[in-house]
Design a protein around this ligand. Structure first.
Ligand SMILES: [Zn+2]
Length: 245
């Protein structure tokens, strides 16, 4: 069996969990320790920007301490092989870490943004801020100046907070409409709009495959499912579809 010519892959926390990245929604996850309304909403940032910066600075500092795992590497290999065979494999991720990039994936659509980027938004609507997005490895703070316009006080993590629209939604919908296969990897199926991708894909006749630790809340909507740790089931699935088991 050859690789499907046009694949859209969606990844979630389950892919990074095998690298030791703390998940957000599990009982032991980040949102069990922090109130997401305080650290991951526009209102929380307006009320206490220092707390929000501290929260994301700690996560950004943790990025070099984790490494891509076999699932990230298998996805990067699948993308490269799909392209080599004349197809495509678009990688959409809900993860804000940079592990897909570090595993060799060249194009990653971060629908929830990226810890390794900062954005100049202005401290409040209508105040100075140029909207520039910058690669970012240092801490962010109220005193941080935008490298593009020089404004201070408006730099924020380039991540999507609760109550904000995910990024690249039009591009993702178009990619799903043009796809032959949709593969959901390591996502709970409970967070919209990503949880709706399988329904959109299915309605358009796209084959849908789920690779997850256990059947997700949407498992019934998939044509096929493989269950286990991402670092096991993803490499196995990639070997199978590439025909090199
Ligand atoms: Zn700026």
């Amino acid at each position: 069996m050859s690789a499907p010519p046009r694949t859209v892959i969606l990844t979630g926390a389950g892919v990074s969990a095998d690298s030791g990245v703390a998940t957000f929604r599990d009982p032991q996850g980040v949102w069990a320790q922090y109130d997401h309304r305080e650290v991951a909403t526009p209102q929380g940032f307006a009320a206490n920007p220092r707390l929000v910066h501290e929260f994301y600075n700690a996560r950004r500092r943790g990025l070099p301490e984790v490494a891509p795992n076999l699932a990230h590497e298998a996805i990067a290999r699948f993308q490269a092989e799909a392209a080599a065979r004349g197809g495509s494999a678009i990688l959409v991720t809900q993860n804000v870490d940079d592990l897909h990039e570090r595993a060799g994936s060249e194009q990653v659509w971060h629908m929830h943004g990226e810890l390794a980027k900062a954005r100049c938004d202005g401290p409040e609507p209508g105040t100075p801020g140029c909207g520039a997005i910058h690669p970012w490895t240092d801490d962010l703070g109220l005193e941080t100046a935008c490298p593009a316009c020089g404004a201070t006080g408006g730099m924020r993590p380039h991540v999507v907070w609760f109550g904000e629209m995910p990024m690249l939604m039009e591009e993702i919908e178009a990619a799903l409409a043009a796809a032959d296969c949709f593969v959901s990897i390591g996502t709970s199926g409970s967070v919209y709009p990503a949880a709706g991708f399988v329904h959109a894909a299915r309605a358009m006749g796209v084959k849908c495959v789920e690779l997850n630790l256990e059947p997700s809340e949407n498992a019934y909507a998939f044509d096929d499912g493989r269950y286990g740790r991402a670092s096991d089931v993803v490499p196995a699935w990639v070997r199978e579809v590439l025909g090199d088991s």
